[in-house]
Design a binder for this molecule. Sequence first.
Ligand SMILES: CC(C)(COP(=O)(O)OP(=O)(O)OC[C@H]1O[C@@H](n2cnc3c(N)ncnc32)[C@H](O)[C@@H]1OP(=O)(O)O)[C@@H](O)C(=O)NCCC(=O)NCCS
Length: 203
Amino acid sequence: MALASFPASPERPRSVPPPLPVSLRLEAEPWSSLPKNLILDLRNRLTNNEGRDDRKDDGRGAGSLFRELIDDYNMGIISGHEWWAITVWPSSSFWRGPVAWMLLRPEPRYLPTLRVGTYTDPSWRNRGLGKLLNNEAMRVGHQQGYKRLVASPWNKRSDAFFRAAGYAVLCPYGGGLSALAELDIPEECPARLPWRCRPPENA
Ligand SMILES: CC(C)(COP(=O)(O)OP(=O)(O)OC[C@H]1O[C@@H](n2cnc3c(N)ncnc32)[C@H](O)[C@@H]1OP(=O)(O)O)[C@@H](O)C(=O)NCCC(=O)NCCS
């Protein structure tokens, strides 16, 4: 029996479905156990950079505290003692290296506190990786006996990000200074979020 043939219809738009979610692997490790080449990769690819459009609200580049910290660490000026890094890796070998990370550093306060800073590769942003990292930071903090996370939003985007994650902004950013935002780690360790996200459309 002849099959009916359907002519291609040029008027129907060809919609490209979004790529399927990929599995992710999150690695939480003490800073001192990170391999040197990973530290270099984080420094070069995943820190604030004007060229990657990481700018203050007025359009000026922000510099990078992460890069300064890593350089000081590499030069032996700071030890990285009790720092933690959480890195996010797509499980497919199609992508090389981590695509987002968070640095956790103890900060002397009246409550055991970790200061967090985070960076997501621009093409992987707005896919929930920052949210995943923040949740993992609460889990690491909880396991290590910390009670609070603090962060310093410095532009509209980071301010919206930390507020969405539940941080209270105690002192807003402005006049060239970063904000101070904090989030209490709950008594009960937060559950792990699903380690999946949609990859960039152009991949
Ligand atoms: C801020 C940053 C870490 C967010 O990372 P991300 O992986 O895109 O974050 P997520 O996709 O998990 O976003 C989580 C929430 O933050 C908010 N958010 C993220 N990006 C936003 C943006 N550009 N504008 C407004 N809100 C935003 C959203 O409300 C989102 O919540 P939703 O899941 O309900 O939509 C990322 O933009 C970045 O690396 N910026 C440069 C470095 C930086 O500023 N770091 C923060 C200070 S250390």
